[in-house]
Design a protein around this ligand. Structure first.
Ligand code: ZN
Length: 415
């Protein structure tokens, strides 16, 4: 199934949507050494490379693979805690953590498979201490595990941050070429300000990206501002809530916000002033609207972020707060929610995620020089809004093949 080390292959389809340039009818991608060597019409690339194997999907559309900018692999679809309120859900989740340990690995494997079969080629995964790294690495996707740490389980802030940095370094050993490990400051209500600040400073020194959850729920807004509410009840021992600021301003005050930071959610209580801070600090956003909907959070002001040139990618979150690991389905939900067109949605699902994660030179579009990360979708791409049509098809189970770095990691056509 995989392209030979020295060999080349042409992937071609009735429509090719590079995202970085207009769709090409009977378009083709020449792949060599896992990377895109050329993009053009099948007629041209075939003529210029007469010896090269061609894999042609005439009634399909080839897109860049989906880039999932915020996901958790270690959850399963069945027996999700009841939604409705964030703190109620989180409380029930925490109660079940001991039981969850017995099935986390299996859930992670299944979640990763589901993502692959939905055309995902890159995933930013967050899990406690990076526990889902093996399943991400085995999946064939490229991606980064963000190891979450909980300082109260470790020790003083300095010790906790050194521990998690050391942990990430250990995880980095022996990984496939395009899989890596970083760290995550889980949230304003689980990680104290000093540990958060230290972790942000350490990761910036090393040029690492940093994942955080921010301004997700009404309870988080209340916790940070007033020090009360559902999250204060759960994390009763926390001493730093009630600082009288919005979560975004609080995060800025402890220097969490920077271009290397990917803030998931930003769904509740994001004011005009907060948007200015997000724009000025250059932080990126991961938009997870289905999880927000399930957990009683508000709607992230994504169109206003895009207007301010804040980088936005899409994230599925995990299966206990979201109905699927299909990033295209998440994106279709978002474009309907915000009244966007198909082209904007397709860009959010691919290049937007790559920009948010700082890997836009490597993936996210079909352009020469980037990795050959592709999704083959059962759609002619010739309707009124062709991008909308292909997004709808990919959201509805229409992904027929997934290619990562030139390797076909999923192909239900057997072709
Ligand atoms: Zn999350």
């Amino acid at each position: 199934m995989s392209e030979g080390a020295a060999g080349a292959v042409i992937f071609a389809a009735g429509t090719l949507m590079p995202v970085s340039s207009p769709p090409i009818h009977d378009g083709a991608v020449l792949v060599r050494g896992g990377r895109i060597a050329a993009v053009g019409s099948l007629a041209d690339l075939g003529r210029e490379n007469p010896e090269t194997e061609v894999r042609f999907f005439p009634n399909y559309t080839i897109l860049p693979g989906a880039v999932n900018a915020h996901a958790h692999l270690g959850f399963r679809r069945k027996d999700a805690p009841e939604g409705g309120t964030f703190s109620g859900w989180l409380g029930r989740l925490i109660e079940r953590l001991p039981e969850k340990e017995t099935w986390t690995a299996e859930a992670a494997r299944d979640s990763a498979t589901e993502a692959v079969e939905a055309g995902t080629t890159y995933m930013a995964e967050s899990s406690p201490y990076g526990e889902c790294l093996p399943q991400l690495a085995e999946s064939g996707m490229a991606g980064t595990v963000y190891a979450e740490f909980f300082p109260h389980e470790i020790g003083e802030p300095e010790e906790a941050v050194e521990f998690i940095v050391g942990k990430a370094r250990g995880l980095q050993e022996g990984l496939p070429e395009r899989v890596d490990a970083r760290i995550s400051v889980h949230s304003p209500y689980t990680v104290d300000p000093e540990s958060s600040w230290l972790a942000a400073r350490r990761t910036r020194e090393m040029g690492w990206t940093l994942a955080i959850h921010l301004s997700e729920s009404p309870e988080e807004v209340e916790f940070v501002r007033e020090g009360t509410g559902g999250l204060a009840d759960i994390f009763g021992s926390n001493e730093w809530g009630g600082v009288g600021l919005s979560p975004v301003r609080y995060a800025q005050s402890i220097e969490l916000l920077a271009p290397q930071t990917i803030a998931a959610h930003l769904a509740t209580g994001v004011s005009e002033e907060d948007l200015e801070i997000l724009a000025q600090t250059g932080v990126a956003a991961a938009h997870c609207p289905r999880s927000n909907d399930f957990l009683g959070c508000d709607v992230s002001p994504v169109p206003a972020m895009i207007e301010r040139d804040i980088r936005v990618g899409m994230g599925t979150d995990g299966l206990w707060s979201s109905p699927s690991m299909n990033l295209f389905e998440e994106t279709l939900f978002a474009v309907k929610l915000h009244g966007m067109n198909g082209a904007t949605g397709l860009e959010l699902a691919t290049l937007g995620g790559a920009r948010a994660l700082g890997i836009e030179d490597e993936t996210g579009t079909i352009e020469a020089g980037k990795w050959a990360d592709l999704a083959v979708v059962e759609s002619s791409g010739e309707d009124g809004d062709p991008e909308w049509g292909v997004l709808e098809a990919a959201a509805g189970g229409g992904v027929a093949a997934t290619v990562v770095g030139g390797n076909v990691i999923y192909n239900r056509l057997g072709a």
